[in-house]
Design a binder for this molecule. Structure first.
Ligand code: ADP
Ligand code: MG
Length: 455
């Protein structure tokens, strides 16, 4: 059998055992360059398109290929994988072989993302930046530019839905686009825990170690989960050290600071704190608006700004933002309605009722300020202004209090509405009215009346 026929026969058998995607990714444009024989050993030289593929074949497929070649040639073959220009045209072409380099790279990246279970939408481009997350964003981009060097480990912490997972995955995506051969592993602290427990039980810790310690970038989401479990922490400690020693990068997220994670061993805590620790705060109103616009665009919708702002005013959590947006868009499609503020208001009301809550007040900040100023026979501009005379200050504080308690707007956003006031001023106003309400009957009644006017 000549080289060409032998390789065709080998590929034909390989196709039976590997997936279509694997096959097209790794075996496209491979061929047997040379067969040489010495004593009782035969060497088969396989040429590949590039070094990455040659390494991949040597590492993952040489056993399989050897088995097929041995049985076809009735020889004990040893294999080499090299890079070289094709010397023969592969006649066994099909659609699988019509690849160009760019397509192949994109394919490789999307395969790697898939394998690492990274959501390809979680890019830096799709991440809106505001004061609450700009530090984390800057650190994450720095890490993606200089993995293993800039900040190692990078430890991001913050509440639910603030974008920790998104940023962490963006690092992986950026790195893969620049260096498609980077090996990346993303998993949650919970998955890490389960895998190590399973490995110990099934006596496969060797596999576990190879899997986790040989990566260039390890992304562990919600690391707090490993706390309190001695064997898991032990394993993570060694994983951490091994990766760092080889110049790899580690990124972790958590819902709190390392020092606040109960049951976390000191040696891990000190390692977690040895790089850069950054918090991400709850998204403010502007950021929520920006996130909505980005998400809508991803869903192929052109969201009007006033609609985005209305949703951002009434929905505080990022996760819920997405939920409301999906409802708005699907309702629009189903009922052939306009994507406008009325549609959003009706959906917000429905959502409240479905959640067993009393429908929230859907007043806008401007409406609240207007009603308070009418009640005290002032102008909205007085309340939003800076004059500090008593007959204006108290109504101003009352409207701040209502914006806070009824719309749950963040301090910064209320500060912005009131002409750029500092958030501490807003906090002070809220606290002041809260205290007055405990003892001052007159204020209590006025507030009741204002609320009646409002709703
Ligand atoms: P966390 O991991 O902190 O709980 P996620 O990263 O899962 O939060 O974010 C929740 C959702 O909000 C995701 O869909 C994410 O894409 C989106 N999101 C959060 N912050 C931003 C942001 N700054 N820009 C764009 N989308 C964001
Ligand atoms: Mg997360």
């Amino acid at each position: 059998m000549d080289k060409l026929k032998l390789w065709q026969a080998t590929l034909a058998q390989l196709q039976l055992s590997v997936s279509r995607a694997e096959y097209s990714l790794w075996f496209t444009k491979t061929e047997i360059k040379n067969i040489s024989k010495e004593a009782d050993r035969q060497t088969v030289q396989i040429s590949c398109q590039n070094q990455y593929i040659a390494d991949k074949l040597a590492k993952n497929y040489s056993g399989q290929i050897k088995e097929i070649l041995d049985s076809l040639t009735k020889e004990a073959n040893s294999l080499t994988f090299n890079v070289s220009k094709p010397i023969i045209k592969n006649t066994n072409q099909g659609p699988l072989f019509s690849f160009d380099a760019h397509k192949e790279k994109i394919n490789l990246i999307s395969q790697s993302l898939n394998k690492a279970r990274i959501n390809p939408e979680c890019t830096f481009e799709n991440f809106a930046v505001a004061s609450t997350n700009e530090m984390a964003y800057a650190a994450a981009t720095a890490v993606s530019n200089q993995p293993g060097k800039a900040y190692n480990p990078l430890f991001l912490y913050g509440g639910v839905g603030v974008g920790k997972t998104h940023l962490m995955q963006a690092i992986g995506i950026t790195l893969l686009h620049r260096e498609p051969q980077t090996s990346i592993l993303y998993c949650t602290g919970e998955e890490f825990t389960n895998e190590i427990i399973e490995a110990i039980r099934g006596k496969t810790t060797g596999y576990f170690k190879r899997k986790f310690r040989n990566v260039n970038l390890l992304l562990i989401d919600d690391i707090q989960f490993i706390a309190g479990r001695a064997t898991v922490q032990e394993e993570f400690f060694h994983t951490f050290n091994a990766i760092k020693q080889m110049g790899g990068q580690i990124v972790m997220t958590s819902d709190r600071l390392p020092e606040q994670i109960d049951g976390l061993e000191d040696r891990l805590r000190s390692r977690f704190e040895g790089g850069l620790t950054i918090d991400i705060q709850e998204p403010n109103f502007e950021l929520r608006t920006a996130i909505l616009l980005i998400k809508a665009k991803q869903m192929g919708e052109d969201l009007p700004m006033e609609v985005a702002k209305l949703i951002a005013t009434h929905v505080a959590s990022t996760r819920k933002l997405e939920g409301v947006l999906v409802r708005v868009i699907s309702e629009k499609g189903l009922r052939k309605k306009q994507l406008d503020t009325d549609l959003v208001l009706s959906i917000l009301k429905k959502t409240d009722i479905q959640n067993g809550q009393k429908p929230r007040s859907l007043a806008t900040p401007d409406k609240i300020i207007k009603i308070v100023s009418d009640f005290y026979q002032l102008k909205s501009a007085d309340l939003k202004g800076t004059r500090r005379v008593k007959h204006i200050v108290l109504p101003r504080q009352i409207s701040i209090y209502i914006l806070r308690s009824d719309l749950k707007l963040p301090y910064q956003e209320i500060g912005r509405i009131f002409g750029g006031k500092d958030h501490t001023t807003i906090m002070h106003s809220e606290a002041k009215i809260k205290t007055m309400l405990l003892s001052n009957e007159k204020i209590k009644q006025e507030l009741q009346q204002i609320r009646k006017n409002l709703f």
